[in-house]
Design a protein around this ligand. Structure first.
Ligand SMILES: [Zn+2]
Length: 366
């Protein structure tokens, strides 16, 4: 069985009508039946003779095939005792390690003092096949550990691993350090899984400079055409909040809000108001060109002030990973256009109040 290639290269994608010439998948032909050519019985009695490795017709004794594989378990099962049948050997195969030797050879240390074991081990460790495998495995381990450390689910880690493997196979980031590629893969995986993390967060996690991640990101994005694809088959029309202009195919401010508001221990209603503020701001092109994190930070400060929730600029700055002055700057831009940002019904219900918006110090808006 074969599956469509994950993260196909742009250069290999069929151009022209999208989806019309879909890659053909092959599977086993289930209509094939094995019958004895002598008896031609539609319900053949075919016997597998494991002792001799032959496939025999039970009626006439004709040998239909030889060298059949014995698929029975290698030991006697005590299924009644344990409750489960251990007739399968080894761990489930890992599709991420497809094509690699998943069966390892271990060389014993015991050689009766002849020194042969050490020689053999040195030779085994030099083999190049083992080296690429080791690199891939260690990268997978890094991705797993890092995703665990910021509580990302396994699905995200798997996307990152798959992307890393594809990058490795196509050799599109030759010369970049493994750390950089790993960082970039996690970044993209978060986006694809709709749990975006900012470059800054990935930098903190992986200790790879933002510039390097950015460089890798551009290369991978172009090679696999990541922006054009809807994330993991989810319909793009479903997300009505997406801007029509395509200004942010990647991380947008409202994607970040939920997480930031959670970290700040804000009520979901505050979060939804905050979201509306961000969407209104985009509609009226307020604070345009600012990064999503700055807009998210500024919007949280604006909303909390508006709703009379006391949150320190310092705390927001820490959560969003943006400087206080940037947050204040966006905040002042929002204050200047407050009539456009605030829905009238919030004011009528008394939930929001312009008088709560306090002036913040800091550099003047250029
Ligand atoms: Zn027969």
């Amino acid at each position: 069985m074969s599956f469509a290639q994950a993260f196909p290269l742009v250069s290999q994608l069929p151009n022209g009508a999208s989806g019309a010439s879909k890659q053909q998948n092959f599977g086993p032909d289930l209509s094939v039946r094995l019958i004895c050519p002598d008896c031609r019985d539609p319900n053949p009695k075919i016997v597998e003779e494991f002792g001799s490795g032959d496939l025999v017709c039970g009626d006439c004794g004709l040998v239909l095939g030889d060298r059949i594989v014995d698929t029975r378990s290698e030991w006697r099962t005590f299924a009644n005792d344990d409750g489960d049948d251990p007739s399968r050997v080894g761990a489930a195969s890992n599709p991420l390690l497809d094509g690699l030797d998943q069966l390892d050879t271990m060389i014993s240390f015991k050689d009766g003092g002849s020194g042969m074991a050490r020689e053999l081990q040195r030779t085994a460790s030099k083999s190049t096949a083992a080296k690429t495998e080791r690199n891939l495995l260690s990268a997978f381990r890094d991705i797993g550990n890092m995703c665990d450390s910021i509580n990302l689910p396994k699905a995200i880690a798997d996307i990152a691993k798959q992307l890393y493997k594809r990058t490795d196979e196509e050799k599109i980031l030759r010369g970049k350090s493994t750390d950089a590629i790993v960082a970039c893969c996690i970044f993209i995986a978060c986006r694809q899984g709709n749990v975006p993390r900012s470059f800054k967060e990935i930098c903190q996690l992986t200790r790879v400079p933002k510039k390097i991640i950015g460089q890798c990101f551009k290369v991978i994005e172009q090679a696999f055409n990541l922006t054009a694809r809807p994330t993991n088959g989810q319909a793009t029309n479903g997300g009505s909040a997406q801007p029509a202009g395509g200004a942010s195919t990647g991380t947008s401010a409202e994607d970040l809000l939920a997480r930031y508001c959670n970290y700040l221990d804000l009520h979901p209603t505050v979060q939804s108001v905050c979201r509306d503020v961000v969407l209104n701001a985009r509609e009226h092109s307020i604070a345009q060109g600012r990064s999503p994190v700055s807009i998210a930070g500024g919007a949280i400060l604006f909303t909390t002030q508006l709703l009379g929730k006391n949150k320190q600029v310092k705390d927001i700055s820490q959560v969003a990973g943006v400087s206080e002055s940037t947050i204040k700057l966006v905040y002042r831009l929002f204050c200047a256009a407050k009539e456009q940002l605030v829905n009238p019904e919030w004011l009528e219900s008394g939930k929001a109040d312009f008088s709560r918006l306090s002036a913040v110090d800091g550099p003047k808006v250029a």
